[in-house]
Design a protein. Structure first.
Length: 360
């Protein structure tokens, strides 16, 4: 891939040397530079192409992709708006703008753009995948599954489609169906760490910890920089009562990504409620849970609940009760009974203690 891309870039350089008036030449070279990760040079080429021909629609779309890769969603949307104005039949521009809206948390606008892309090109696999992810984000799992089914029908060799459908099935607690999809995703792409991670989560949900740990190990081997895989392996180890090993994985997840909220929550849980007294540290648990709360703007029920457990470990039950009450205000209905029991525990002046999960 690298050699082919370098050869293509050499060709674009030669073409530009021969004729510096063609916007498409700069657009092609910019795209190649973007793929290589040379964003500054890519942006310069896109800008030159637009200066040469401001009515050349593809370059606006491609520059929008670069803006999105740089995390500048508003600029991406502006470029896609221009691309769509110049060529309202370009399904890819709608799909890209949908991605930008989704990155801003505007799921409804994202779905509208993905739907327009599908209307323009009913065979656009990526539009079905992206709309499925948007439906997943709003909890419409059946609609997500329908889109993934269509993506797989259109391209039965697409590992991302099987991985996405497996994830939706996992969310619906169809664990056997999810395993089937993750197996196929891995068969199609045996180097996809994400698919191994997701299958590991499914084995964990089935309490098959040997399989879960094997998948997390493979996910980490394939991508040692994945905070998510380290965090998920830590959860499996915590379930098994191997709390010290779990802490090591949560530590590594936070080292890899200092804003990975789940790892702070999970480390706080062990430090606050581990049955092994030697591993408990209420003060550090408060620090971890407070960090998680701040990263989630103090609106996340898990972070608030772990902060309450941390205060309870320190014997600061007024603070524990206050945090648990705030958690109760935002926890989904299915978790309220458990959170209420926890609140009553703190009101009785007792800390919360975890127990290892039994294997099935």
């Amino acid at each position: 891939m690298g050699t082919d891309l370098d050869a293509a870039l050499d060709d674009f350089n030669k073409a530009i040397d021969l004729d510096q008036s063609q916007a498409s030449f700069y657009d092609y070279r910019a795209f190649g530079r973007m793929v290589k990760g040379d964003f500054d040079k890519a942006m310069a080429d896109f800008n030159t192409a637009i200066h040469l021909d401001p009515n050349y629609a593809p370059v606006h779309k491609n520059r929008g992709l670069l803006h999105l890769m740089k995390g500048v969603a508003d600029e991406a949307i502006a470029d896609c708006d221009t691309a769509i104005r110049l060529d309202p039949t370009d399904s890819g521009a709608y799909c890209l703008r949908g991605w930008a809206w989704k990155s801003k948390g505007d799921i409804e606008r994202a779905i509208m753009d993905y739907s327009t892309a599908i209307h323009l090109d009913p065979k656009e696999v990526d539009a079905y995948l992206q709309r499925g992810l948007a439906f997943r984000g709003k909890g419409s799992f059946d609609k997500a599954l329908s889109d993934y089914d269509e993506a797989i029908r259109l391209d039965p060799t697409n590992p991302a489609a099987f991985n996405a459908r497996g994830d939706a099935r996992w969310l619906k607690m169809d664990y056997d169906g999810a395993i089937v999809d993750f197996n196929e995703s891995i068969r199609l792409d045996p180097k996809c760490a994400f698919a191994f991670n997701n299958r590991g989560n499914t084995w964990r949900a089935k309490r098959n910890y040997d399989q879960a740990l094997a998948d997390f190990d493979e996910a980490i081997r394939l991508d040692p920089t994945s905070a998510m895989s380290h965090d998920n392996r830590g959860l499996a180890l915590r379930d098994l009562g191997e709390f010290d090993k779990a802490l090591a994985d949560f530590d590594e997840a936070i080292r890899l990504d200092s804003k990975y909220v789940d790892a702070y929550c999970n480390r706080a849980r062990i430090r606050a409620s581990c049955p092994d007294e030697q591993l408990r540290d209420g003060r550090k648990a408060v620090e971890d849970a407070t960090t998680a709360c701040e990263l989630r703007s103090r609106k996340d029920f898990r972070s608030l609940a772990f902060l309450a457990a941390a205060y309870a470990e320190l014997g600061e039950f007024d603070e524990a009760i206050e945090s648990q009450q705030r958690a109760l205000e935002v926890v989904p209905k299915a978790g309220r009974a458990t959170f209420q029991v926890r609140l009553e525990l703190y009101q009785a002046g007792k800390p919360y203690r975890d127990e290892p999960v039994k294997r099935r």
